[in-house]
Design a protein around this ligand. Structure first.
Ligand SMILES: Nc1ncnc2c1ncn2[C@@H]1O[C@H](COP(=O)(O)OP(=O)(O)OP(=O)(O)O)[C@@H](O)[C@H]1O
Ligand SMILES: [Mg+2]
Length: 226
């Protein structure tokens, strides 16, 4: 069981109907993420990175192909079952942090713990998770009272609080300066080392990708290098 990959994607396609046209975004993407692997996803703007991350994270369904997360096929689950898988197994981090502006750092991190299907943590666990990302002294700050790097750390804590198997990050350093971005990557590597979390990071930044174990390259909806 321990050698079972966290994620196995096979022949993933995504097409969208737009008026009378069909747009083909992903053309049959296959890859695996081993447990505790940190993998970078690179590729030009429009190549399908965010689309692929959304499918892998269970935010969206593939048009064809298979996504197996921790041994469970999630490509064709109902919306409710998919929401449950997301809550238990996946943490997401976005370029623009996506924190709720009216809530404190602590309340933002507590949010996933209110979702049914969570892993049985008390709200206190949010406090500990914020301490783990170095923000024990910022619990009561709202997003506007935090620096970009601090906001992204809150977002990482929110992704981490339900002990996911996998963190999926879409250009997490895109709004951060080089130094702050590098600190965020060190934090993700530290999380991986301590908890064995599998991490998939879409990025345009070679330095970010350089910290990964492996780089997947998308071009026009196909992987060109693994
Ligand atoms: N909901 C949608 N409706 C129509 N087209 C879409 C939709 N979502 C994505 N696309 C198209 O699919 C392609 C891939 O988009 P995607 O956002 O996955 O690219 P990306 O690699 O993440 O790009 P970037 O590096 O700019 O973030 C683009 O051409 C985009 O316009
Ligand atoms: Mg994108």
């Amino acid at each position: 069981m321990t050698s079972q990959p966290t994620l196995v994607a096979r022949g993933v396609e995504k097409s969208l109907a737009l008026g009378r046209e069909t747009i083909h975004i992903l053309h049959g993407v296959s890859f695996e993420l081993g447990r505790g692997e940190m993998v970078a996803l690179m590729g030009p703007s429009g190549s399908g990175k965010s689309t692929l991350l959304g499918i892998v994270a269970g935010l969206d369904r593939p048009s064809a192909g298979s996504i197996v997360l921790d041994g469970e096929e999630i490509g064709n689950l109902s919306e409710n079952r998919l929401a449950d898988v997301r809550a238990r197994k996946v943490g997401m981090v976005f370029q623009s942090y996506n924190l709720i502006p009216t809530l404190t750092a602590l309340e933002n991190v507590q949010l996933p713990l209110h979702v049914p299907g969570r892993n049985g943590h008390t709200p206190e666990h949010a406090r500990e998770t914020l301490a783990e990302v170095g923000l024990a002294h910022r619990l009561m700050h709202r997003p506007s009272q935090l620096s970009g790097g601090e906001q992204q750390r809150v977002a990482v804590a929110r992704a981490l609080v339900s002990d996911p198997s996998m963190i999926v990050a879409d250009e997490p350093t895109g709004n951060l300066d080089t130094e702050t971005g590098d600190a965020l990557m060190r934090l993700l590597l530290d999380i991986r080392a301590r908890l064995g979390t599998t991490i998939l990071v879409a990025t345009h930044n070679d330095a970010v990708a350089g910290r990964a174990d492996r780089v997947l390259r998308l071009r026009d909806g196909l992987l060109i290098e693994q």
